[in-house]
Design a protein around this ligand. Structure first.
Ligand code: MF3
Ligand code: CO
Length: 248
């Protein structure tokens, strides 16, 4: 069932999304080589609490941290660890959710640490572009297949691939709501967006094959070929006045 939010509910969703946006900006300003991903997680956790919100990921299906931090060939859901030290030349995806006012917000950014390879630099740029290409077509009446198609085509036109095993999602009183929002698809197929829907559009783009593997920790997802992957996500509302990115 896809929940349709009223204007008041969408207004209430601004708070948790604003916390997500500000936390991601804060992490972008402090993340650097030498930090462990656990330290980055602790900073984000502290910041979310200071904003008066709660990190939605912590305890979600037993997930042990406030954020997901995925380095290089890790696609998503990397568990922050004291043993993972961020190094110059890596790309680091930070994905986090906040809960406030009765609603969740969800967003992700991929940060380049110092000087990275031209391939990684392009991957980070194209992944963000995939989101904004999708945003251009988002609106009342647009099918999810069209959104996925736009993301897939932009990734593939640049020699990359869009992950298929993991998808975006609706969001609201629950962190994951219907519908699934794939990053691939056929134009004009699937359900159509309607005013009042709030969705997370989150391209996960791989430099090589779209194939991924799930690690035995039960969370971490890595590229099958070991090539890098990037992630960019925002919470997007379809309102009576148009499309609004709540986490930007
Ligand atoms: N933001 C992530 C997503 O939408 C949340 C992952 S669930 C977690 O997939 F428990 F791993 F945090
Ligand atoms: Co999400």
């Amino acid at each position: 069932m896809i929940s349709i939010k009223t204007r008041e509910e969408i207004n209430a969703m601004r708070e948790s999304s604003r916390v997500v946006k500000e936390t991601l900006e804060y992490i972008g300003s402090i993340i650097r080589a030498g930090m462990s991903t656990k330290e980055v997680d602790a900073k984000a956790h502290e910041f979310i609490l200071k904003c008066g919100a709660i990190p939605s990921c912590l305890g979600y299906c037993g997930y042990p941290a406030a954020t997901c931090i995925s380095v290089d060939d890790m696609v998503v859901h990397g568990i922050p660890s004291d043993d993972i030290i961020i190094k110059e030349g890596q790309i680091v995806s930070v994905d986090l959710c906040a809960y406030a006012n009765g609603f969740h917000g969800d967003g992700a950014r991929t940060f380049a640490i110092g000087q990275v390879s031209p391939e990684k630099e392009k991957l980070v740029k194209v992944t963000k572009e995939c989101f904004f290409e999708a945003l251009k077509v988002v609106g009342d009446g647009v099918s999810l297949g069209t959104i996925g198609n736009v993301i897939q085509r932009h990734a593939e036109a640049n020699g990359f691939s869009a992950v298929r095993k993991l998808v975006g999602h609706g969001i609201g009183r629950e962190m994951h709501e219907d519908p699934n929002v794939p990053n691939f698809g056929v134009r004009g197929t699937g359900i159509r967006l309607k005013t009042g829907m709030v969705i997370c559009i989150e391209p996960m783009i791989n430099a090589g094959t779209h194939q991924v593997d799930f690690l035995s920790d039960g969370w971490s997802v890595v590229t099958r070929d070991g090539k890098p992957s990037a992630h960019y996500e925002n919470t997007v509302a379809i309102t009576e006045d148009g499309v609004e990115i709540l986490t930007l």
